[in-house]
Write a protein that binds this ligand. Structure first.
Ligand code: DGL
Length: 263
């Protein structure tokens, strides 16, 4: 038994989509969420830069006494998870990868789309790990242009957001894609708008949040570090940006829990 918190880290608000799944599946676990905010978006940055941000983030979470870190960011995972595991050898570090495997296995049309940041889609990790499962399946790679900025500004319900989503999703509709993988943790915040564009078409939207929460649960058991069932979980929010950003993080998290922000 270990009632220490689990650390969750993202470039900004996106990892809250993973945070929600952790809250749902593991209600006894305390969580410390660190949304960088200062250096977001990561998507167009170099691997070295992102690795530096990820190091600083995990260092901060370790200083908060976490027992495990979830890198709730596909971009930071592709850039830095290997280096993080090398540096913090005794602490489980869970990374996030686009759900290419289940999408490929379940695809009838043998064509899927993966939406992610430029950095993730161009990374070696994506090419080697995710694409391993794609044999015989055509993978259309698409950057969700503007999506991260929209979520960071709480603009998911605006006409601008609608237009940005339409511009990215509409071209996919003529390409016989039957799965859309959300390979960036910010993108689930735009799921309602993506659904609107897809309308009646038989296209499934898949993200990795739930699978990551199950992996965390498995690791807690394996390392025997799960919190006691009667532990009163505490959720805290940190950021490298200013106090206003940190408060917005906290607010968004509370809205997610009462379904005021749809995912
Ligand atoms: N939430 C992120 C991801 O999962 C990073 C987005 C960004 O900062 O560009 O890839």
């Amino acid at each position: 038994m270990n009632n220490a918190p689990i650390g969750v880290y993202d470039s900004g608000f996106g990892g809250l989509s993973v945070w929600r799944e952790l809250r749902r599946l593991l209600p006894s676990e305390s969580l410390v969420y660190l949304g960088d905010g200062k250096n977001c978006p990561y998507g167009g940055r170099s691997r070295e830069e992102i690795e530096g941000f990820a190091y600083a983030a995990v260092e901060r979470l370790v200083a908060e006494g976490v027992k495990m870190v979830v890198v709730g960011c596909n971009t930071a995972t592709t850039a830095a998870v290997a280096a993080l595991r090398e540096r913090w050898k005794d602490m489980p570090i869970v990374g996030l990868e686009p759900a290419v495997k289940p999408a490929c296995l379940g695809s009838r049309t043998r064509r899927i789309a993966v939406l992610a940041t430029r950095h993730s889609l161009e990374s070696d990790m994506f090419l080697s790990t995710a694409m391993r499962y794609a044999e015989g399946v055509d993978v259309v790679k698409v950057v969700g242009k503007g999506f991260v900025e929209i979520v960071e500004r709480d603009m998911e319900t605006t006409a601008e957001a609608k237009e940005a989503v339409r511009r990215v999703i509409e071209p996919l509709l003529d390409r016989d894609v039957d799965k859309i993988v959300l390979g960036c943790t910010h993108y689930p915040f735009l799921r309602p708008l993506i659904r609107e564009v897809i309308a009646e078409r038989d296209i499934e939207i898949i993200d990795s949040g739930e699978a990551v929460a199950r992996r965390v649960q498995w690791l807690l058991e394996r390392y025997d570090i799960a919190a006691a069932e009667d532990n009163v979980a505490e959720c805290r929010f940190l950021s490298f940006a200013d106090e206003e950003y940190r408060r917005r993080l906290e607010l968004k998290a509370s809205k997610i829990l009462v379904n005021d922000v749809a995912l």
